[in-house]
Design a protein around this ligand. Structure first.
Ligand SMILES: C[S@@+](CC[C@H](N)C(=O)[O-])C[C@H]1O[C@@H](n2cnc3c(N)ncnc32)[C@H](O)[C@@H]1O
Length: 313
Protein backbone atom coordinates (compact mmCIF):
# COMPACT_ATOMS: atom_id res chain seq x y z
CA UNK A 1 0.00 0.00 0.00
CA UNK A 2 1.19 3.53 -0.82
CA UNK A 3 2.05 5.47 2.30
CA UNK A 4 3.40 8.97 2.43
CA UNK A 5 6.69 9.72 4.07
CA UNK A 6 7.22 13.45 3.71
CA UNK A 7 9.74 13.71 6.55
CA UNK A 8 12.76 13.48 4.27
CA UNK A 9 11.31 15.99 1.78
CA UNK A 10 10.46 18.32 4.68
CA UNK A 11 14.14 18.58 5.52
CA UNK A 12 14.30 20.60 2.30
CA UNK A 13 11.91 23.29 3.56
CA UNK A 14 12.46 26.02 6.16
CA UNK A 15 10.68 25.49 9.50
CA UNK A 16 8.27 28.22 10.61
CA UNK A 17 6.58 26.51 13.58
CA UNK A 18 6.96 29.57 15.86
CA UNK A 19 4.91 31.91 13.71
CA UNK A 20 2.00 29.45 13.54
CA UNK A 21 1.70 29.37 17.32
CA UNK A 22 1.38 33.05 18.26
CA UNK A 23 -1.79 34.60 19.66
CA UNK A 24 -2.31 36.69 16.54
CA UNK A 25 -1.11 36.67 12.91
CA UNK A 26 1.36 39.60 12.99
CA UNK A 27 4.52 37.45 12.94
CA UNK A 28 2.90 35.18 10.35
CA UNK A 29 2.26 38.07 7.97
CA UNK A 30 5.66 39.58 8.62
CA UNK A 31 7.79 36.44 8.13
CA UNK A 32 5.84 34.83 5.30
CA UNK A 33 5.04 38.22 3.78
CA UNK A 34 8.77 38.98 3.59
CA UNK A 35 9.13 35.82 1.51
CA UNK A 36 6.30 37.01 -0.77
CA UNK A 37 3.99 34.21 0.40
CA UNK A 38 1.06 34.52 -2.01
CA UNK A 39 -0.68 31.17 -2.38
CA UNK A 40 -3.97 32.28 -0.72
CA UNK A 41 -4.16 35.17 -3.22
CA UNK A 42 -3.23 33.23 -6.36
CA UNK A 43 -5.52 30.36 -5.33
CA UNK A 44 -8.47 32.66 -4.67
CA UNK A 45 -9.94 33.06 -8.20
CA UNK A 46 -9.62 29.33 -8.81
CA UNK A 47 -11.18 28.38 -5.48
CA UNK A 48 -14.05 30.76 -6.21
CA UNK A 49 -14.69 29.05 -9.54
CA UNK A 50 -14.67 25.61 -7.91
CA UNK A 51 -16.94 26.73 -5.06
CA UNK A 52 -19.34 28.25 -7.60
CA UNK A 53 -19.36 24.95 -9.52
CA UNK A 54 -20.02 23.02 -6.33
CA UNK A 55 -22.84 25.40 -5.32
CA UNK A 56 -24.35 25.09 -8.78
CA UNK A 57 -24.20 21.29 -8.64
CA UNK A 58 -25.97 21.07 -5.28
CA UNK A 59 -28.01 24.28 -5.16
CA UNK A 60 -26.73 25.11 -1.66
CA UNK A 61 -24.02 27.33 -0.24
CA UNK A 62 -21.11 24.98 0.54
CA UNK A 63 -19.38 24.66 3.89
CA UNK A 64 -15.61 24.69 3.41
CA UNK A 65 -13.27 22.95 5.84
CA UNK A 66 -9.86 24.65 5.55
CA UNK A 67 -7.23 22.11 6.65
CA UNK A 68 -4.15 23.79 8.12
CA UNK A 69 -6.19 26.99 8.17
CA UNK A 70 -3.81 28.79 10.51
CA UNK A 71 -5.25 32.25 11.31
CA UNK A 72 -8.13 31.83 8.84
CA UNK A 73 -6.54 33.71 5.95
CA UNK A 74 -8.24 31.64 3.26
CA UNK A 75 -11.59 32.45 4.86
CA UNK A 76 -10.64 36.14 4.80
CA UNK A 77 -9.71 36.20 1.10
CA UNK A 78 -12.71 34.12 0.00
CA UNK A 79 -15.37 35.71 2.19
CA UNK A 80 -14.31 39.33 1.77
CA UNK A 81 -12.72 41.53 -0.90
CA UNK A 82 -9.36 41.25 0.90
CA UNK A 83 -5.97 39.84 -0.04
CA UNK A 84 -3.02 38.35 1.83
CA UNK A 85 -0.94 41.22 0.40
CA UNK A 86 -3.36 43.87 1.67
CA UNK A 87 -3.68 42.29 5.11
CA UNK A 88 0.09 42.09 5.36
CA UNK A 89 0.26 45.89 5.08
CA UNK A 90 -2.40 46.28 7.77
CA UNK A 91 -0.25 44.38 10.29
CA UNK A 92 3.01 45.99 9.20
CA UNK A 93 1.82 49.45 10.34
CA UNK A 94 3.88 50.64 13.30
CA UNK A 95 0.65 51.46 15.20
CA UNK A 96 -0.43 47.83 14.80
CA UNK A 97 2.90 46.46 15.93
CA UNK A 98 2.75 47.90 19.45
CA UNK A 99 -0.72 46.84 20.57
CA UNK A 100 -1.53 43.74 22.64
CA UNK A 101 -2.97 40.60 21.05
CA UNK A 102 -6.25 41.17 22.96
CA UNK A 103 -6.57 44.64 21.44
CA UNK A 104 -5.69 43.33 17.99
CA UNK A 105 -8.34 40.61 18.22
CA UNK A 106 -10.94 43.21 19.21
CA UNK A 107 -9.96 45.47 16.29
CA UNK A 108 -9.87 42.58 13.83
CA UNK A 109 -13.30 41.37 14.92
CA UNK A 110 -14.66 44.82 14.06
CA UNK A 111 -12.56 44.98 10.88
CA UNK A 112 -13.90 41.74 9.44
CA UNK A 113 -17.45 42.53 10.56
CA UNK A 114 -17.22 45.79 8.60
CA UNK A 115 -16.88 44.00 5.22
CA UNK A 116 -19.77 42.54 3.23
CA UNK A 117 -19.48 38.75 3.04
CA UNK A 118 -19.24 37.66 -0.61
CA UNK A 119 -21.36 34.73 0.52
CA UNK A 120 -19.79 32.01 -1.57
CA UNK A 121 -19.29 29.65 1.36
CA UNK A 122 -19.24 29.20 5.13
CA UNK A 123 -15.83 28.42 6.57
CA UNK A 124 -14.72 26.06 9.30
CA UNK A 125 -11.09 25.12 9.96
CA UNK A 126 -8.70 22.57 11.38
CA UNK A 127 -5.17 23.27 12.56
CA UNK A 128 -2.65 21.89 15.02
CA UNK A 129 -2.23 25.39 16.50
CA UNK A 130 -4.71 26.25 19.26
CA UNK A 131 -3.77 29.97 19.32
CA UNK A 132 -4.30 30.28 15.53
CA UNK A 133 -7.71 28.58 15.69
CA UNK A 134 -8.64 30.66 18.70
CA UNK A 135 -7.79 33.86 16.80
CA UNK A 136 -9.66 32.77 13.63
CA UNK A 137 -12.85 31.95 15.52
CA UNK A 138 -12.59 34.96 17.86
CA UNK A 139 -12.40 37.46 14.99
CA UNK A 140 -15.26 35.72 13.16
CA UNK A 141 -13.36 34.37 10.14
CA UNK A 142 -14.23 30.76 10.97
CA UNK A 143 -17.62 29.64 12.25
CA UNK A 144 -15.98 26.74 14.06
CA UNK A 145 -12.44 25.50 14.50
CA UNK A 146 -10.92 22.16 15.42
CA UNK A 147 -7.52 21.96 17.10
CA UNK A 148 -6.04 18.58 16.22
CA UNK A 149 -2.98 16.78 14.91
CA UNK A 150 -4.57 13.95 12.95
CA UNK A 151 -1.17 12.71 11.79
CA UNK A 152 -0.60 11.30 15.25
CA UNK A 153 -3.92 11.64 17.10
CA UNK A 154 -7.61 10.97 16.64
CA UNK A 155 -10.52 13.27 15.89
CA UNK A 156 -12.52 13.99 19.06
CA UNK A 157 -16.31 13.54 19.08
CA UNK A 158 -16.65 17.34 19.11
CA UNK A 159 -14.19 17.64 16.19
CA UNK A 160 -16.10 14.98 14.23
CA UNK A 161 -19.35 16.85 14.85
CA UNK A 162 -17.81 20.04 13.42
CA UNK A 163 -16.18 18.56 10.28
CA UNK A 164 -19.23 16.43 9.53
CA UNK A 165 -20.95 19.21 7.59
CA UNK A 166 -18.01 19.89 5.24
CA UNK A 167 -19.01 19.87 1.54
CA UNK A 168 -15.58 21.04 0.41
CA UNK A 169 -12.18 20.50 2.01
CA UNK A 170 -9.40 22.84 0.94
CA UNK A 171 -5.77 23.39 1.83
CA UNK A 172 -3.00 25.80 0.87
CA UNK A 173 0.55 25.40 2.11
CA UNK A 174 -0.39 22.48 4.33
CA UNK A 175 0.17 19.18 2.48
CA UNK A 176 3.60 18.12 3.57
CA UNK A 177 2.71 18.91 7.16
CA UNK A 178 -0.30 16.65 6.70
CA UNK A 179 -0.72 13.45 4.71
CA UNK A 180 -3.52 11.04 3.81
CA UNK A 181 -3.72 10.13 7.52
CA UNK A 182 -5.30 13.49 8.32
CA UNK A 183 -7.62 13.42 5.32
CA UNK A 184 -8.88 9.87 5.92
CA UNK A 185 -9.82 10.72 9.51
CA UNK A 186 -11.73 13.74 8.23
CA UNK A 187 -13.40 11.75 5.43
CA UNK A 188 -14.48 9.11 7.96
CA UNK A 189 -16.34 11.86 9.80
CA UNK A 190 -18.11 13.60 6.90
CA UNK A 191 -21.76 12.95 6.01
CA UNK A 192 -21.37 13.22 2.24
CA UNK A 193 -18.31 12.71 0.05
CA UNK A 194 -16.84 16.23 -0.21
CA UNK A 195 -14.80 17.87 -2.95
CA UNK A 196 -11.16 18.28 -1.93
CA UNK A 197 -9.20 21.25 -3.34
CA UNK A 198 -5.46 20.87 -2.74
CA UNK A 199 -2.80 23.40 -3.60
CA UNK A 200 0.26 21.23 -3.15
CA UNK A 201 3.91 22.02 -3.73
CA UNK A 202 5.32 20.06 -6.66
CA UNK A 203 7.84 18.81 -4.13
CA UNK A 204 5.26 16.55 -2.48
CA UNK A 205 4.08 13.52 -4.47
CA UNK A 206 0.29 13.21 -4.31
CA UNK A 207 0.04 9.50 -5.23
CA UNK A 208 -0.71 8.15 -1.78
CA UNK A 209 -3.27 10.88 -1.08
CA UNK A 210 -4.98 10.14 -4.43
CA UNK A 211 -4.93 6.39 -3.64
CA UNK A 212 -6.54 7.03 -0.26
CA UNK A 213 -9.18 9.30 -1.79
CA UNK A 214 -9.97 6.59 -4.36
CA UNK A 215 -10.94 4.28 -1.50
CA UNK A 216 -13.63 6.82 -0.62
CA UNK A 217 -14.84 6.87 -4.23
CA UNK A 218 -13.11 10.16 -5.10
CA UNK A 219 -11.28 10.64 -8.37
CA UNK A 220 -8.35 13.03 -8.54
CA UNK A 221 -7.61 15.51 -11.34
CA UNK A 222 -4.60 17.80 -11.58
CA UNK A 223 -4.98 21.05 -13.53
CA UNK A 224 -2.65 20.78 -16.50
CA UNK A 225 -0.70 23.71 -17.86
CA UNK A 226 -0.83 25.96 -14.78
CA UNK A 227 1.12 26.25 -11.55
CA UNK A 228 0.61 28.53 -8.58
CA UNK A 229 3.47 30.39 -6.89
CA UNK A 230 3.63 29.84 -3.14
CA UNK A 231 6.62 31.99 -2.12
CA UNK A 232 10.31 32.73 -2.72
CA UNK A 233 12.93 30.37 -1.37
CA UNK A 234 14.25 31.59 1.94
CA UNK A 235 17.90 30.91 1.28
CA UNK A 236 20.32 29.21 -1.07
CA UNK A 237 20.09 25.99 0.92
CA UNK A 238 16.30 25.77 0.53
CA UNK A 239 16.66 26.56 -3.18
CA UNK A 240 19.38 23.96 -3.81
CA UNK A 241 17.79 21.19 -1.78
CA UNK A 242 14.39 21.75 -3.43
CA UNK A 243 15.94 21.49 -6.89
CA UNK A 244 17.74 18.33 -5.81
CA UNK A 245 14.53 16.77 -4.45
CA UNK A 246 12.61 17.65 -7.62
CA UNK A 247 15.36 16.10 -9.73
CA UNK A 248 15.13 12.90 -7.66
CA UNK A 249 11.38 12.86 -8.26
CA UNK A 250 11.90 13.39 -11.99
CA UNK A 251 10.07 16.74 -11.91
CA UNK A 252 11.50 19.31 -14.34
CA UNK A 253 12.10 22.57 -12.46
CA UNK A 254 13.13 24.58 -15.53
CA UNK A 255 11.44 27.97 -15.65
CA UNK A 256 9.59 27.27 -12.40
CA UNK A 257 11.46 26.42 -9.18
CA UNK A 258 14.69 27.16 -11.05
CA UNK A 259 13.56 30.83 -11.03
CA UNK A 260 13.72 30.90 -7.22
CA UNK A 261 10.06 30.26 -6.39
CA UNK A 262 8.11 27.39 -4.86
CA UNK A 263 5.32 26.29 -7.23
CA UNK A 264 2.16 24.40 -6.29
CA UNK A 265 -0.21 22.34 -8.41
CA UNK A 266 -3.99 22.55 -8.19
CA UNK A 267 -5.48 19.14 -7.52
CA UNK A 268 -9.20 18.45 -7.23
CA UNK A 269 -10.57 15.19 -5.82
CA UNK A 270 -14.33 14.48 -5.91
CA UNK A 271 -16.95 11.82 -6.54
CA UNK A 272 -16.49 10.16 -9.90
CA UNK A 273 -19.97 11.17 -11.14
CA UNK A 274 -19.29 14.86 -10.44
CA UNK A 275 -15.96 14.72 -12.29
CA UNK A 276 -17.62 13.05 -15.25
CA UNK A 277 -20.30 15.75 -15.57
CA UNK A 278 -17.90 18.72 -15.32
CA UNK A 279 -14.18 18.08 -15.84
CA UNK A 280 -11.81 20.35 -13.93
CA UNK A 281 -10.70 22.05 -17.17
CA UNK A 282 -14.32 23.18 -17.75
CA UNK A 283 -14.56 24.72 -14.27
CA UNK A 284 -11.29 26.61 -14.03
CA UNK A 285 -10.07 29.46 -16.20
CA UNK A 286 -6.74 31.03 -15.29
CA UNK A 287 -6.62 34.74 -16.10
CA UNK A 288 -2.93 35.56 -16.12
CA UNK A 289 -2.13 39.06 -14.87
CA UNK A 290 -5.30 39.34 -12.79
CA UNK A 291 -3.47 40.06 -9.55
CA UNK A 292 -1.15 42.73 -10.97
CA UNK A 293 -1.52 46.38 -9.93
CA UNK A 294 -3.97 47.87 -12.37
CA UNK A 295 -5.70 51.24 -12.85
CA UNK A 296 -9.42 51.98 -12.44
CA UNK A 297 -11.59 49.44 -14.23
CA UNK A 298 -15.22 49.15 -15.20
CA UNK A 299 -17.33 46.70 -13.21
CA UNK A 300 -21.05 45.98 -12.80
CA UNK A 301 -22.95 46.53 -9.57
CA UNK A 302 -26.54 45.60 -8.85
CA UNK A 303 -28.28 48.92 -8.07
CA UNK A 304 -31.91 49.97 -7.50
CA UNK A 305 -32.34 50.34 -11.23
CA UNK A 306 -30.78 46.98 -12.08
CA UNK A 307 -27.28 46.32 -13.28
CA UNK A 308 -25.15 49.47 -13.46
CA UNK A 309 -21.66 50.21 -14.68
CA UNK A 310 -19.22 51.74 -12.23
CA UNK A 311 -15.53 52.53 -12.17
CA UNK A 312 -13.66 50.70 -9.39
CA UNK A 313 -10.41 52.40 -8.35
C1 LIG B 1 2.26 27.49 5.74
S1 LIG B 1 0.96 27.43 6.91
C2 LIG B 1 -0.42 27.60 5.81
C3 LIG B 1 -1.57 28.33 6.44
C4 LIG B 1 -2.70 28.74 5.50
N1 LIG B 1 -3.30 27.57 4.89
C5 LIG B 1 -2.21 29.71 4.46
O1 LIG B 1 -1.97 29.32 3.31
O2 LIG B 1 -2.05 30.91 4.78
C6 LIG B 1 0.87 25.74 7.44
C7 LIG B 1 -0.18 25.46 8.54
O3 LIG B 1 -0.24 24.04 8.76
C8 LIG B 1 -0.45 23.85 10.14
N2 LIG B 1 -0.09 22.47 10.50
C9 LIG B 1 1.13 21.93 10.65
N3 LIG B 1 1.04 20.64 11.00
C10 LIG B 1 -0.29 20.34 11.05
C11 LIG B 1 -1.04 19.17 11.34
N4 LIG B 1 -0.45 18.02 11.65
N5 LIG B 1 -2.39 19.23 11.30
C12 LIG B 1 -3.03 20.40 10.98
N6 LIG B 1 -2.35 21.53 10.70
C13 LIG B 1 -1.02 21.51 10.73
C14 LIG B 1 0.40 24.90 10.81
O4 LIG B 1 0.02 25.13 12.16
C15 LIG B 1 0.14 26.08 9.89
O5 LIG B 1 -0.96 26.83 10.33
Amino acid sequence: MLRTNFSRINQTKAVFDDIYAMDDPRAYFSVLGNLDYMIPDVAEPVVRQILAAKAQATGVQPTVLDVGCSYGINAAVHRFPLTFGGLRHRYARREMRVISSETLVRLDRNFYASWPDVGLARFIGLDISAPAINYATSVGLLEHGVVADLETGTLSAEGARIVRSADVIMSTGCIGYVTEKTFSKILDATDERPWIISFVLRLFPFDSLAATFAKYGLVTERLAGATFIQRRFRDAEEFESTLATLATLGVDATGLESEGLFHADLILSRPEADARITPLEDIVTIASGRGRPIGPRYVHIEGNEGLQVTLEP
